[in-house]
Design a protein around this ligand. Structure first.
Ligand code: ZN
Length: 331
């Protein structure tokens, strides 16, 4: 399995809550796959968007737009439906609390499966659309596919030819940058504060990076390589700035203790002069570099996880679900 990125680990523990319902979590694709009411569902999370998807046909036909629109209007907790080939993806309404989204997902699967079954939909292979017995869920390049044996055999070509569900969520870079900066400022405030109370922990560098990553992914709805590079750059920049602000503040109050009035702005601009003269530069340089390194390790870990996920690999069955056998009689 290998490493899971920081951002994914929270999502995976959320998805594990569905284990009790017979769902299986696939860490690579950050998805949970299982049967609900006889329909095979994949629960997945992109950024902060929760989705449920299923590959179905009725009488050999795909669901029509009107039918999908009808589902979106009927099921309160669903806000959108998109389909690509035989997979229909329902996008959940955003809610703030994990407990609430869990209930919404269960409700949505219940209502969607009822509506699908009422109209004669059954599970099919995501590529050929055939309701054969051999369908399994596979993790291919970090994405769950419901495939029959034949399609699984030649799916490498197919998968490379398209980008599947990724397209259903678009990255909003300006919003990501804005939210990332807000998160980063929270982390930077933590560094300034801890310098002033006297004990800067290098872990705060990692916290700063974490705030940036969360902010960016919440804002952009999707973490990309650009997002990670942005977060890495800002980790260093904000660490430097917050250390400089924090050290200046400490210097000003220290001087005040000696009855000397030092103006913050002039101390900030003349920072190197003062710190060099008083031999304090080493402490500052150490603080900036340790915090930056701790932060960058976190970002680099996420980058490595992302690159590994995107790489084309030979396919393996990762999810075998015992109920599969009775599925086609359930309709
Ligand atoms: Zn097939």
């Amino acid at each position: 399995m290998g490493t899971i990125s920081t951002l994914d680990s929270g999502k995976i523990s959320f998805l594990k809550k569905f284990n009790g319902m017979g769902f299986k979590v696939d860490e690579e694709s950050v998805s949970a796959v299982g049967f609900y009411n006889g329909i095979r569902f994949t629960i997945s999370i992109e950024g902060c968007t929760y989705m449920i998807s299923t590959s179905v046909r009725s009488g050999g036909l795909l669901p029509e737009d009107d039918f999908l629109r009808y589902i979106v209007s009927e099921v309160d907790c669903i806000r959108d439906a998109v389909y690509q080939n035989n997979r229909v993806t329902f996008v959940m309404q955003n809610v703030l609390f994990a407990e609430k989204i869990m209930n919404s997902i269960i409700d949505a699967m219940g209502e969607v499966s009822e509506l699908l079954k009422k109209s004669g939909f059954i599970n099919v292979c995501e590529i050929c659309g055939e309701p054969v017995d051999s369908i399994e869920s596979y993790d291919i390049n970090g994405r769950v596919f419901d495939l029959c044996d034949d399609c699984h055999e030649d799916c490498d070509y197919y998968v490379q030819a398209r980008k599947c569900l990724d397209d259903s969520v678009r990255e909003n870079i300006p919003r990501g940058i804005l939210f990332g900066l807000i998160g980063g400022l929270v982390g930077a405030a933590g560094i300034v504060l801890s310098i002033n109370v006297g004990g800067l922990s290098t872990w705060l560098g990692a916290l700063l990076a974490y705030c940036l990553l969360i902010g960016y992914s919440v804002g952009s709805k999707k973490m990309s390589r650009f997002g990670l590079i942005f977060c890495g750059f800002m980790t260093v920049a904000l660490t430097y700035l917050s250390c400089r602000v924090g050290f200046t503040m400490r210097y000003v109050s220290w001087a005040k203790g000696y009855g000397e009035h030092v103006d913050f702005l002039s101390a900030f601009t003349n920072f190197y002069g003062i710190y060099k003269r008083d031999g304090l530069l080493k402490g500052f340089v150490e603080a900036v570099s340790y915090c930056s390194v701790f932060g960058l390790v976190l970002v680099a870990g996420d980058l490595a996880a992302m690159i590994r996920k995107r790489k084309t690999r030979p396919t393996d069955v990762i999810i075998e679900i015992p109920e599969e056998r009775h599925f086609y009689t359930a309709v």
